[in-house]
Design a protein. Sequence first.
Length: 127
Amino acid sequence: MLASDVKEMDKKALKEAFETAMFKKDTIAIFDSEGSLPTPFYLESTSGWETKKLKPEKYYGYRYTTVSYNEDKDTLAMLNGVAFPALAMAENKDGKFAYLYATKTSKIKLITRVFRIFYKKHTQPST
C-alpha cells in the first residue's frame, strides 16, 4: 500500500488507505532559536518549511506521526478508558524513547469544529 500511486487507485482502495493507520517518519534536530524564543534552542523536524534551510546544532533522532487513521476504530493509545487514535512519538538517535503526544482528533477536524461553532454563534439572527 505504501508504494501505491493514489492517482491510480479506485475509490474503495483510497478509502481503505486513508482509514488505515499509517505513520510518517521525520528526522528531528536541535536548532538555535536566535533569540526568537525564550529558550536558546528548540527541537523540530528538519523537513519543515521553517527549518528546511537552517543548519541544525545537533541531530536528535526521529519523530513518527500518524498521517491517516480511522477515528472510530483505531486505538493507538488508551488513557482512563479514552481512546486516542492520533499519535506523535519520538526517539533519540540511540533509539531511546523521548516523548509521546496523543490526540483525540486531527488538528484539521478540531479547527473545522471550532470554525463551525464560531460561524453558528456569529451568524444567528438577533432577537
